[in-house]
Design a protein around this ligand. Structure first.
Ligand code: FAD
Length: 691
């Protein structure tokens, strides 16, 4: 029934306002005034029992456990920039100045600090990722510029080329004498790399390839390092060989070629090369992205990066891989290092944002019970709800990406087939999952710091703008998640054919059986804290969801394929498949987190990590409680208990939030924002604006 609306008068408006104020204050003070004047936490309706159980955490020990073996090189980078304030990126900087500064920062790291990233790309990839991560914490543009030079340009030469290429280019790339680009994307084709139009036609008379941009849509676009600094590019193009048929050429598929862009001495563009600037971007303006057009550019046959396919002097094509698709997969498979790097750099950016938002939230006070001091905004349940599960996810990502770095390094040395599959799937999935999460969280952190979060000095704006594109480059996240889903379906099929499963996928073997039997009606009702905080319950719940999604996706795909064909069926189930991929990645993240907690040798550090891990797990289950309820995996009373426990854990984590953030061990000049400082924050802030 519709209510009759009253005409507003000044009197009843005042009434409405005062009632609203009363409601708000009731919300802030839901329990009667405490006996002790300063007992503000009880006043706020927080968990009094939790306070007495506050964990003791030694930041130093926690930090040591998190650090891994690459802390030294990161400290070297932080110290280098600390000692060189003129190389730190100022808040207000024009695009062209930023590009030059970014070049000088990179040049300084290589020539002055003596860092040799390409050496580590080959010998110790973990160390290389740590370098990029630390550089990115200083200025994300610098991290990306390094990534373009060493992971993309250098990585393509090392991984797609052979000894002759390494001999000729390694030193020049590592020392920055040969700055270069990775020219894959075209104006009309980004994600669909197999659709590239640039051609490299072999000329048997001169023993050269001729590189051409056949149409405007084939102009190489967004190419990092191209607009200003690059002297070379690894150009991805269709390899064309002369043929005796009506077409006159045969297309051997996409290959990579080293193409000189500018003269080594004069830096002028070489004949047939046309370069334009992609202009001012939403972020990452320290990186000079450009567009390239090739008109009959001749390069020696030797410039074909020929690890997976070669052309002989007489124009014959040879490859150890039988089909274009296999060669293409092998070529792209060698480039996953960029994704590993983005996943770990994104985690590092999330740490910086966490540190700023949480330190500020501990310091900032707003409102309080009547006649009592104002309380820290982190004491509000809503603020805890925004920031504590995020802090838990940051820890979860830290351990998951560290694991990814570890297996990537192993894969590079052993080339074990099972690891290749694992790294491929996990790098795609973690890159997509972590970068999407960080992108959203950066906005949450800004908002959590109120108006001061909007001051450029506090970094959220630049972090958000610079990081945003992490979701798109090195593989668009939606496209990457589909690769994960496709892998899972492949593994699912193999499982029923009795084949071996990749390590990360192994859990499917057991949990599928659990799925195929109905959820247990007894455990669905268990709501005790011990049960909810049991890693077995948590992991089973995650894996159950993944198995269920996988099973139902397979059934749906089979059904729709009959009428829509493979492509149409995939598209009909696309959102389902994306949820499946995310669910699998979450299962892997939780499994790694649990494993890391269990392995921790120090009891108090282990207890703190267990708390954070429980929050991560239960918050994720709560976020998807509808799914669990729908199939009665969780009964209503248990759902309620999970929610309550999540709030309780958020509060507990809030109590050790300072130590958890300090353990990230970020140098002050990285979280240099005044609001990020624990002490004298406002004094620094007012000084900053000129008081
Ligand atoms: C700052 C910056 C730096 C870059 N640096 C380089 C570089 O150095 N070298 C280089 O080669 N490239 C570079 N790129 C290009 C980058 O790799 C591509 O932008 C990226 O691969 C995505 O391609 P696209 O832009 O064509 O997007 P598209 O592929 O057109 O995607 C657009 C949208 O369509 C959706 N979509 C596409 N295909 C599917 C599908 N199958 N299913 C569902 N949804 C789909 C995507 O999710 C996305 O939302 C850079 C880009 C930027 C912005």
């Amino acid at each position: 029934m519709e209510q009759k609306k009253q005409k507003p008068t000044a009197e009843n408006e005042t009434l409405v306002v005062s009632r609203r104020i009363q409601r708000v204050s009731l919300h802030l003070s839901p329990v009667p005034r405490p006996l002790h004047e300063h007992d503000t936490q009880e006043q706020l309706g927080l968990f009094p029992c939790a306070r007495s159980a506050k964990l003791e955490v030694e930041t130093e020990k926690l930090s040591l456990y998190m650090r891994g073996k690459y802390r030294e090189i990161q400290e070297k980078i932080y110290e280098y920039f600390h000692a060189r304030p003129e190389l730190q990126t100022p808040l207000e900087i024009l695009k062209d100045e930023h590009r030059e500064l970014c070049w000088r920062q990179m040049y300084g790291l290589i020539k002055e600090a003596g860092i040799r990233p390409l050496k580590y790309v080959v010998e110790d990839p973990g160390k290389y990722f740590a370098i990029v991560e630390a550089a990115g914490a200083v200025d994300i543009s610098l991290g990306i510029k390094l990534g373009v030079q060493y992971s993309l340009w250098g990585g393509s030469v090392i991984n797609l080329g052979t000894k002759k290429h390494k001999d000729k280019y390694f030193e020049g790339i590592d020392s920055l004498d040969y700055p270069g680009c990775f020219a894959m994307t075209e104006l009309h084709h980004g994600s669909n790399v197999q659709g590239l139009q640039t051609v490299a036609t072999f000329d048997p008379i001169t023993d050269e390839f001729i590189i051409n941009t056949p149409s405007d849509g084939a102009i190489k676009w967004w190419i990092g390092n191209a607009a200003v600094h690059g002297k070379f590019a690894s150009v991805f193009a269709k390899l064309m060989l002369p043929a005796q048929d009506a077409k006159g050429v045969s297309d051997m598929g996409v290959h990579a070629f080293i193409v000189p862009l500018r003269d080594l001495k004069t830096h002028l563009e070489l004949p047939g090369i046309e370069i334009h600037d992609c202009g001012h971007k939403v972020g990452l303006n320290g990186v000079d992205n450009g567009a390239l057009r090739f008109t009959s550019v001749r390069i020696p046959r030797d410039n074909l990066l020929n690890r997976f396919g070669d052309v002989s002097r007489d124009g014959k094509y040879t490859s150890s891989l039988p089909t274009i698709n296999k060669r293409f997969a092998a070529t792209l498979g060698e480039l996953v290092g960029g994704r590993v790097s983005l996943a770990s750099s994104s985690t590092s950016i999330l740490k910086v944002a966490n540190a700023i938002a949480i330190r500020y939230s501990l310091l900032r006070q707003q409102f309080g019970p009547p006649n009592q001091p104002e309380v820290s905004i982190l004491d509000y349940q809503s603020q805890q709800h925004k920031l504590m599960p995020m802090l838990a996810s940051t820890y979860a990502f830290h351990f998951a990406t560290s694991y990814l770095v570890e297996i990537y390094s192993q894969m590079k040395t052993t080339h074990a087939e099972q690891l290749v599959g694992d790294v491929h799937g996990l790098s795609a999935g973690l890159k997509a999952y972590v970068t999407s999460y960080t992108a959203k969280s950066l906005s949450v952190c800004r908002e959590a710091c109120g108006g001061h979060g909007y001051a450029a000095v506090n970094r959220f704006g630049i972090l958000r703008n610079d990081h945003d594109i992490f979701q798109t480059f090195e593989g668009d996240n939606t496209v990457l998640l589909q690769q994960v889903a496709a892998d899972l379906l492949k593994q699912y099929k193999q499982k029923f054919q009795g084949g071996t499963l990749a390590v990360t996928w192994n859990y499917l073997r057991e949990s599928m059986n659990t799925y195929l039997s109905q959820p247990n009606p007894v455990t669905a009702r268990w709501e005790g804290v011990e049960h909810l905080r049991d890693p077995k319950f948590q992991l089973d719940a995650f894996r159950y969801r993944t198995s269920r999604l996988l099973q139902s996706a397979a059934v749906r795909l089979r059904k729709h394929s009959k009428t829509l064909g493979g492509f149409g069926a995939w598209n009909r189930c696309l959102n389902h498949l994306l949820t499946l991929a995310e669910s699998h990645i979450e299962s892997v993240i939780l499994a790694k987190f649990i494993e890391t907690v269990e392995k921790c040798p120090d009891a108090s550090t282990r207890a703190a990590l267990k708390l954070v891990c429980d929050l991560y797990a239960l918050n994720q289950i709560w976020n998807d409680i509808g799914t669990y309820r729908n199939v009665d995996y969780v009964a209503p009373n248990k759902a309620k208990a999970i929610h309550k426990q999540t709030d309780y854990l958020s509060f507990q984590v809030r109590n050790i939030a300072k130590e958890l953030v300090d353990a990230f061990d970020l140098p002050d000049h990285v979280t240099r924002a005044p609001i990020a400082m624990q002490s004298e924050a406002y004094a620094q802030y007012t000084q900053f604006v000129g008081f």
